[in-house]
Design a protein around this ligand. Sequence first.
Ligand code: NAD
Length: 469
Amino acid sequence: MSETYDVVFIGGGPGGYVGAIKAAQLGLKVACVEGRGALGGTCLNVGCIPSKALLHASHLAHEAETNFAAMGLNAGPLSVDVAKMLGFKESVIKSNTQGIEFLFKKNKVAYVKGWGSIAAPGSVKVKGEDGSETTLAAKNIVIATGSESTPLKGVTVDEKRVVTSTGALELPAVPKRLVVIGAGVIGLELGSVWKRLGSEVTVVEFLDHVTPGMDGEIQKQFQRSLEKQGIKFILGAAVSGVDASGADLKVNYTLRKDSSTASLDADVVLLAVGRRPYVSGLGLEAVGVALDERGRVKTDGHGRTNVPGIWAIGDVIAGPMLAHKAEEEGVSVAETLAGQKGHVNYDVIPGVIYTDPEVATVGKTEEQLKQEGRAYKVGKFAYVANGRAKAILATEGFVKVLADATTDRILGVHILGPQAGETIHEYCVAMEFGAAAEDVARTCHAHPTLSEALREAAMAAAFGKPIHS
Ligand code: NAD
């Protein structure tokens, strides 16, 4: 043990690497342990970034097929070179992960390659790929090990024919029939990618609706939009297993309404039934770090575990499994360790589904407000009445603003529409400042922009009427 770090982050994903950089910027001596051979975690290597590269490419293919002719562009029949597309995706991953290595050097964060575990409070053991072992002394340790795909009984993943999101980003050819298990974010984003590239996509979902936890109206319209694009849904169906013994995969499911059973044939099956915290091999039991009933590391809401000097952030603790939530927590813990008052505002964490149209949401859903018995008002505006949306042939969807019935304070915003994942942020800022719907309604928005639809929805909430509908 040569030197003592102020803090060692175990895991170089969005939580760990961002926390490490912030801690170093605040003057702490920092190391980040990562074993996958590249920084950026699931998000940059096998998650958010590669899926966005494929979503963008496949979106352009879809645009070419559906909208080009209407705009007077004759491109001829489109062909897809999957190998080249995957190469493009790899180059995007590489430039992002290498960018983090550069940031580590710039901020003097020690990048320790290998798999870390906690030998004791204050001591991190790192096992290198070559089997070598080193020990880092650390005043504080932050567990930032993320999550892994939740397995499903009766489904054996081989990442070739039966894949998780990792394998779905690597398919060497467009599968003829893709069956997706789970209508959550991963299933719908990656289902969209392969649908747009030519697969027949069927999504089998346990619940009676898509995207659990989202606003009900958004769920319904979103499902309709995806159906219009040709994605099929079998709802209220629990998948009991995938039979991979024959040339065709057989996805067996039970309909919950009458317990009848049925099956679907597929060439590729994507298992996307959630993710679970990744804590195996960390030595948490030996050092006495407590987990909750769902296997997540328990914290005090500010990143502290029950063991002094051991902290946890990101997917491994409670809350939405989102890269930006992990980043917030990384920054917050870094600030606390540097003697500042770290804080995460869990009420203003946006969630985005990068399909077409995109879904973006922040704050409470209408269902949550009803359950809380809170009096609220609703302002809505449809993109079909937005000039810019018409000009880009993207008029599907709407903006929904929920505001307190008495104070007009914005409580939640739910968007289904073009570039929703970008435009939602004006509401995130507004909500951070405790704004009322009227504040957004009275803010001048450039014309013609998609953001005007967001303002009009605020007008509908604040004044009862938007201008353009
Ligand atoms: P999810 O929890 O969003 O959805 C899983 C779905 O699978 C649920 O609707 C569930 O009802 C269904 N399901 C479970 N068991 C089933 C069964 N036996 N048969 C049929 N359906 C079943 O999980 P996910 O889509 O795997 O995503 C995992 C995590 O990754 C989420 O927390 C998500 O927020 C995150 N993620 C976020 C983004 C993004 O922000 N754009 C992208 C990818 C992943």
